[in-house]
Design a protein around this ligand. Sequence first.
Ligand code: WT7
Length: 658
Amino acid sequence: MSQDNADLEARLAEQDTFEPPESFVEQANITDPGIYEEFEENWPGCWERAADLLSWDEEYDAVLDDGDAPFYEWFTNGELNASYNCLDRHVEDGAGDNVAIEWEGELGETRTYTYEELLDEVEDTAAMLRGLGVEEDDIVTLYMPMIPELPIAMLACARIGAPHSVVFAGFSADALATRMNSADSEYLITCDGYYRRGDALDHISKTNEGLEGVEHEVSDVVVVDRLGDDLDHELADNQHDYDDLVAEYEGSTVEPVARDSEDMLFLMYTSGTTGQPKGVKHTTGGYLAYSAWTSHAVLDIEADDTYWCSADIGWITGHSYIVYGPLALGTTSVMYEGTPDYPDKDRMWEIVEKNEVDIFYTAPTAIRAFMKWGEEYPAQHDLSSLRLLGTVGEPINPRAWKWYYKHIGNEECPIVDTWWQTETGGMMITTLPGVCEMKPGSAGPPLPGIDAQVVDANGEEVDAGQAGYVTVNNPWPGMLRTLYDNDERFINEYWNEYSDEEADEWVYFPEDGAKIDEDDYITILGRVDDVINVSGHRLGTMEIESAVVGVEGVAEAAVVGGDHEVKGEAVYVYAIPEDGYEGGEELEGRAAEAILDSIGPIAKPEEIVFTHELPKTRSGKIMRRLLEDIASGNELGNTSTLRNPDVVDDIAEQVSTD
Ligand code: WT7
């Protein structure tokens, strides 16, 4: 360790709270601490402030309609168009030459779209979709990596009122089919392939395999040619080359369709407790207002900023904070196609320096990787353009927070540790960077207008220092409206635990454990359901289990998360072979393959352990907690209450010696 670093560690390790730097506060979008009270006193009217960031075709009648809770409606009877708000109005305001998307390809090529150029592309694509027969409310599936055609297609869908359902490109063929089936989606935009660490990956074969699993007729598939000639693929009858097709519509004018506030803007599938992914429904008015508001208040984005969120658009973070929020505010949003260590481990910092990025938003898993690679990589670059840093996706440990603060922010940038979920649409618990002091490891207080608390199993608020569960007592504009085609599951998943239906009191339960301190700062402890968080990505253990038990020769399986230095959590599979089969490389290989096929490489297990039994309680329940402790290398507590305590050593030995 260098002397410098040792001094830093000594000094920073002692420090528990950090004041926002003066230079930041002087220019911040929000600096008045009175905003918390102001929002509380004027709730729900306070949310007009979010709606005011948008241009409405038709004014709304009421901010909130809670007549049919928990099916809340926001900005009722208002009308607007998301693509108009993200594009046209900036052009009309004379900012057409401002850069909207600055795209960095993995191989070093770049593409720059001004607002005017992006609008042109979006109109052409919208005309193309209409030409294919896409009508308002038809769900269009987008299965693309980080290429500009993805946000273009999203905005084109929004323009004609066709909700999109983006499927993360790293997901498997099966995952694509499941999502298209669930949404009855008849249109798909995909691509031939893309680059990862310089290699061309085949995406179209995976797409075609997925399409075989779609149960209804798919009208049209449009294929973006990302690779040029690197990959030959034949197009089926209902498949079109994107460039050829969109060229037919070049120069089109497509008027943005006025959508009702409550009309669906998009669906985003996410993992839950059961094997079936949930189709989270977000709406046009509330979601857009909320993503724009939080981009303004928390990320401090302004139109003349260059802002970079390093997430993938295939997740909610990319929807809210690469596309909708930042573009609604007219800023320049950087989009990077590739991996952070290609061609070298300073790639991120090279992009920050080159684009003079003002605001950078990433995940703790990335920060832990940067930390491991060493401070020499950021040190090679001028990062002085940075003004604010953010994190999202999982708890950040104070050591990683302080490293980020020092080595990326040069102790001059506030850090916002933002807690939220696919379902919440936008940030919920985090500091306001120009107002609040920061406490590394703690996300912060609930945002103004957000009534979140930490409660015990009975719903009573816990005392400072005690652990409990996060709940949210009041609705907010960015919230999901339902699970697609499944209102019942929506109620069961989010509103059953703490609500009092009789009294019409509805409490949202995000299924996260947390602690709260005397200043109302909330420290998130992690999921309390069967969802694990691998590199900030949410995976359902049940989905992985069902993939493994589907393998010939596997009798039973339990999947848990174990601590991982960089990923936060990693996937551990414990399985029992069927009679006549044996654990070993062959069966492990097939189990790993099944996981890859049903979910994708992000769910790749750290370990697959075959054992003759799984630890079970006397009533026959698998002791997951114990399996988690084994995976994490924790000390194992009392195992004497197990029906079969002797299997524990057996399993632990396999995990530690592998
Ligand atoms: C789960 C939601 C929100 C976009 C990315 C993930 C965990 C998220 C934090 C944070 C601690 C966090 C929670 C949450 N999480 N942000 N700042 N600190 N935990 O969205 O896939 O819907 O996952 O991510 O456990 O429930 P998601």
